[in-house]
Design a protein around this ligand. Structure first.
Ligand code: AMP
Length: 307
């Protein structure tokens, strides 16, 4: 094409135009204008309230790392598959407020359901893959759709630099990580270790709903996880054989697991053979209360030629 047909572009534009081909580069380019480096960092801890030490550990971690900490308290109806579970869910806003204040939290965000789901609300975030089994098999596909949708909304509302989740709900944390990566959400997901009682029972808002006898049996979940993890750490590569040791712990306590499995921690897919990082996951019902727990394990890598 001859020079005579070239469009008349002012030379100043031609000089300043920068072609950006990646999202990361575009954000870096736009960042300084959008967010001054002197702006405070914001941490978000999403919760459903009825705070215990598990929640507080997330808040302390956020408090230590961020200038501004927002804790959301929202019992999200869309993630409950069972109306009686939603109705029975423990709530104590005054106590939660006092606990958050004592930790120096800046904002407790307590929206009404209509504020999150106004009339006409019609959008759902669906994360495939990582949500396929485990909790979905027992709670239905609505559960993680509800979680992903409300977390996406909270991230858009608060625009935090870091969002905090507990390892206790491993599939939820994996789902949020997947959503954040897939949708290029500009936030770091910090997954914090599970806080347990002295008897090994993972702290959960649902623990207060256990009867005395159920509460006594509940630590068997953790013993089962430990038994499976110990087998794997001792060199067992076959998940089924390792899981058998965990089943024995549950049966001894009169419990039957909804699932007790060894999965890939990133994809939540059950492993056929354990050759590296793995996650032992369990769910069981104690009366009307359903509890879940998990234990990450890192067995020593297989040395070639050694069996
Ligand atoms: P929830 O209020 O149950 O939705 O929990 C709010 C956050 O606290 C979630 O990210 C949970 O994974 C986390 N969490 C719940 N229990 C524990 C625990 N025992 N240890 C650490 N984090 C927890």
């Amino acid at each position: 094409m001859g020079t005579g047909t070239a469009p008349d572009i002012p030379s100043a534009h031609a000089v300043t135009l920068k072609v950006v081909r990646t999202i990361a580069e575009l954000r870096a380019e736009l960042g300084p204008g959008r967010r001054r480096s002197s702006e405070p960092s914001v941490g978000l801890v999403p919760t459903m309230g009825a705070f215990h030490e598990g929640h507080l550990s997330l808040m302390r971690r956020a408090r230590a790392a961020c200038d501004v900490v927002v804790v959301s308290l929202f019992v999200n109806p869309s993630q409950f598959n069972d109306a009686s579970d939603l109705a029975a869910y423990p709530r104590d806003e005054a106590r939660d407020r006092a606990l958050a204040a004592a930790l120096g939290i800046d904002y407790l965000f307590v929206p009404a359901p209509e504020a999150i789901y106004p009339p006409g609300f019609a959008t759902t975030v669906v994360v495939d893959g990582v949500t396929a089994g485990l909790e979905t098999a027992h709670r239905g596909p609505e559960h993680f759709r509800g979680v992903a949708t409300v977390v996406a909304k909270l991230l858009n509302i608060v625009a935090p630099d870091v969002v905090y989740f507990g390892q206790k709900d491993a599939q939820q944390a994996a789902t949020v990580k997947r959503m954040v990566r897939d949708l290029d959400m500009p936030v770091r997901v910090d997954v914090c270790p599970t806080v347990r009682g002295a008897d090994g029972l993972a702290l959960s808002s649902r623990n207060v709903l256990l009867g005395a006898e159920e509460r006594e049996r509940a630590p068997a979940l953790h013993r089962a996880l430990r038994a499976v993890a110990d087998r794997l750490l001792a060199g067992e590569r076959d998940p089924e054989r390792a899981v058998a040791a965990g089943q024995a712990e549950l049966w001894a306590a009169g419990l039957v697991a909804e699932y007790l499995l060894v999965v890939d921690p990133a994809t939540m897919v059950p492993l056929q053979r354990v050759d590296g990082e793995a996650l032992v996951v369990v769910a069981a019902r104690l009366g009307a209360v359903r509890l879940i727990d998990n234990l990450p394990v890192m067995p020593a890598p297989v040395v070639a030629g050694v069996h």
